[in-house]
Design a protein around this ligand. Structure first.
Ligand code: PRP
Length: 179
């Protein structure tokens, strides 16, 4: 364990087991849909997405999007900007938005709306590894969630503090020094 991690919340083994389950569940619920786009929100989703897609037993497309939040307002979508790479045609696609954590819900709520309105996505589903349900400020419930998590600051497996710790294979809580 890294010296600045106070405790491990989910070990690498627990994560791998749950992510494989999620991939299988997602695969089953996708039924016979043919045009499936797995859309990762940068940067936090990258590790989760890489593992998740290896348990989805069908040919899917992978895309990534940058989400920029600006302002601390509570406006439901005007404060989030979404840029999908590449800017392809999603009008026949089932888009599965993948993110590391659902916190207030601001990001995913806005991303879903933007995908429908600006990108004319046919269907949007959401899949997060961690769900901090107690923190919700926007109406947003994930279609798929790996683990419920209490209101603590978590890092690892994509989650950062000051853009570091994303590469930890487990998810942990930083100690108070946060160095
Ligand atoms: C984090 C996380 C989610 C979002 C969740 O992203 O990856 O996208 O916050 O919070 P919310 O539910 O309150 O909107 P961040 O902006 O830190 O970017 P990152 O993915 O690059 O770490």
């Amino acid at each position: 364990m890294h010296e600045n991690i106070a405790r491990v919340l989910f070990s690498a083994e627990q994560i791998q087991t749950r992510v494989r389950e999620l991939g299988r569940e997602l695969n089953e619920r996708l039924g016979d849909r043919e045009d499936v786009v797995i859309l990762g929100l940068l940067k936090g989703s990258v590790l989760f997405l890489a593992d998740l897609v290896r348990s989805i037993d069908r040919p899917v497309k992978l895309d990534f999007a940058w989400v920029s939040s600006y302002g601390a307002g509570t406006e439901s979508s005007g404060s989030v900007d979404l840029k999908v790479f590449p800017d392809g045609d999603l009008s026949r696609a089932t888009v599965v938005v993948v993110d590391d954590i659902l916190d207030t819900g601001r990001t995913l709520h806005a991303v879903k709306e933007r995908l429908r309105r600006n990108y004319a996505a046919a269907e949007v589903q959401t899949c997060v590894l961690l769900d901090k349900q107690g923190r919700r400020a926007f109406p947003m419930e994930p279609d798929f969630a790996g683990f419920q998590v209490e209101n603590v600051f978590v890092v690892g497996y994509g989650l950062d503090y000051g853009d570091r710790y994303r590469n930890l294979p487990y998810i942990g809580v930083l100690d108070d020094r946060r160095s």
